[in-house]
Design a protein around this ligand. Structure first.
Ligand SMILES: *Cc1c(COP(=O)(O)O)cnc(C)c1O
Length: 354
C-alpha cells in the first residue's frame, strides 16, 4: 500500500481470481472456462477490417448487440444492458442500488466477489447460511427488506433454485432489487428472465464467459425493467461509456448469431458432467448435485487442499478454498471428455498412492 491510498480502501481485501498460469500447460479445470473455441462465425468476425477500425471509438450504445440479445431473450432492447464482463454489472449494481439505508444480502457460500463489492462501497451486508448439502432455501430470502443477490445456479456448489422460488423472493421484497446472477444458467438451469415483465425489481445478469467461450473477450449483459437498465446506463456513462471494445462487440454479435453452436456445446458439457460425477462416485467421491459447468466434490480419503496440490503437481488445475465450511471440497470445471479422462486418471493414481 502506498501512503497515498485513500483511507476508504485501506482495509479492503480484493477478490482473488483463480490461477491463470501463462507458462506450463495444465489441464485447466479451475476457472469454469469453456473447452470449446468460439464459433467459426465469431473467429471470422474479429477480422482485419475490424482491427483496421481500432482508431475509431466503438458504439457506446451497443445498439446492434442489444437488438440481437433482446430478440434472443424475448424482450425489448431497452431491457438489455451490455457490460465488460458480468463482473462489471455486479459492480455497477452494488454501486447503483445499495447504500447504508439499502443494505444487501447474499448466500454465505457463493461467488466470492459479492462481499468484495459490498466492502468496496462500505455497504452493510448479510451473508445468509445455506442449508443441508449447500441447499439454498428461498424462504431465507423472503421479506428481508434488503437488496438480494443470488447466483443461480450457485457457485461454487452448482445447485439451482427454480424460477417459482425466485418469484417468491421477488414478490416478498417488492421495494428492493433482486439480482439473479445467471452466469451458469445455460448448462442446465432455468432462467427467470420470463419474470421481468411482471417484476420491476428483478435484474438478471448473464455472461459470454462460460457458455459462449468468450472469457477472454469480456462481455456480460443484464436483463430487467427499462428503468433499472436506465439506472445502470447512468452509472456506465458516469464511469466509462466505451466499456465494450470494438472487437468484442463484433465477436459478441456473431456469437448471438451462432447460438445453436453454443447450445450444442452446453449439451456436451452436461453429458461430460454426468460422466464425471458417475466415475467419481465409483471412486468414493461425494459430489453436490450440479446443473452448472463445474462440480463441487469431496474425496473421503484425501483432504481438499491435498487433492488440489497433488492434482496440480500432476498437471491438473482445480479450485480449492480454505474457508472452513467448504475446505473438504474442490471445484472441478467440466471440460472436454479428453480433459475429464485425464483428470479421472490422475485421481485414480492419487488414490493408489494412498
Ligand atoms: C464467472 C462468474 C461471473 C463473472 O463473469 P465475467 O467473466 O465477469 O462475465 C459472475 N458471476 C459468477 C457467479 C461467476 O461465476
Amino acid at each position: 500500500m502506498s501512503r497515498f491510498l485513500s483511507q476508504r480502501f485501506a482495509a479492503l481485501e480484493a477478490y482473488t481470481p483463480g490461477e491463470q498460469p501463462q507458462d506450463i500447460q495444465y489441464v485447466k479445470l479451475n476457472t469454469n472456462e469453456s473447452p470449446f473455441p468460439p464459433s467459426p462465425e465469431v473467429i471470422a468476425a474479429v477480422s482485419a477490417a475490424q482491427v483496421a477500425k481500432l482508431n475509431l471509438y466503438p458504439d457506446p450504445t451497443c445498439r446492434v448487440l442489444k437488438e440481437k440479445l433482446a430478440a434472443l431473450c424475448g424482450l425489448a432492447p431497452e431491457n438489455v444492458f451490455i457490460s465488460n464482463g458480468s463482473d462489471d454489472i455486479l459492480n455497477f449494481s452494488f454501486m447503483a442500488f445499495c447504500d447504508e439505508s439499502r443494505p444487501v444480502a447474499f448466500p454465505a457460500i457463493s461467488y466470492g466477489f459479492y462481499p468484495v463489492y459490498a466492502d468496496l462501497y462500505h455497504l452493510p451486508y448479510t451473508a445468509i447460511p445455506l442449508r443441508e448439502n449447500f441447499r439454498l432455501e428461498p424462504e431465507d430470502y423472503c421479506g428481508l427488506n434488503r437488496n438480494v443477490v443470488i447466483a443461480n445456479p450457485n457457485a461454487p456448489t452448482g445447485r439451482a433454485i427454480s424460477p417459482t422460488d425466485v418469484e417468491k423472493i421477488l414478490a416478498s421484497n417488492p421495494n428492493h432489487v433482486v439480482l439473479i446472477d445467471e452466469a451458469y444458467v445455460d448448462f442446465g438451469g432455468e432462467s427467470c428472465r420470463g419474470l421481468i415483465p411482471r417484476y420491476d425489481n428483478l435484474l438478471v445478469c448473464q455472461t459470454f464467459s462460460k457458455s459462449r467461450s468468450m472469457a477472454g473477450g469480456r462481455l456480460g449483459f443484464a436483463l430487467g425493467n427499462a428503468d433499472l437498465i436506465a439506472d445502470l446506463e447512468k452509472i456506465k456513462y458516469s464511469t466509462n461509456p466505451y466499456n465494450i471494445n470494438r472487437l468484442t462487440l463484433a465477436a459478441a454479435e456473431a456469437a448471438v448469431d451462432s447460438n445453436d453452436y453454443y447450445v450444442k456445446n452446453c449439451l456436451i458439457i452436461a453429458e461430460n458432467r454426468a460422466y464425471t460425477v458417475a466415475a467419481l462416485s465409483e471412486l468414493g467421491f461425494e459430489t453436490v448435485p450440479s446443473v452448472a459447468n463445474f462440480i463441487f466434490t469431496r474425496c473421503g480419503s484425501i483432504k481438499g487442499d491435498d487433492l488440489y496440490r497433488r492434482l496440480k503437481a500432476k498437471g491438473v488445475l482445480v479450485r480449492h478454498w480454505n474457508k472452513p465450511e467448504i475446505s473438504d471440497y474442490v471445484r472441478v470445471t467440466i471440460g472436454s471428455r479428453e480433459q475429464m479422462d485425464i483428470f479421472l486418471d490422475r485421481v485414480r493414481e492419487l488414490l493408489k498412492e494412498e
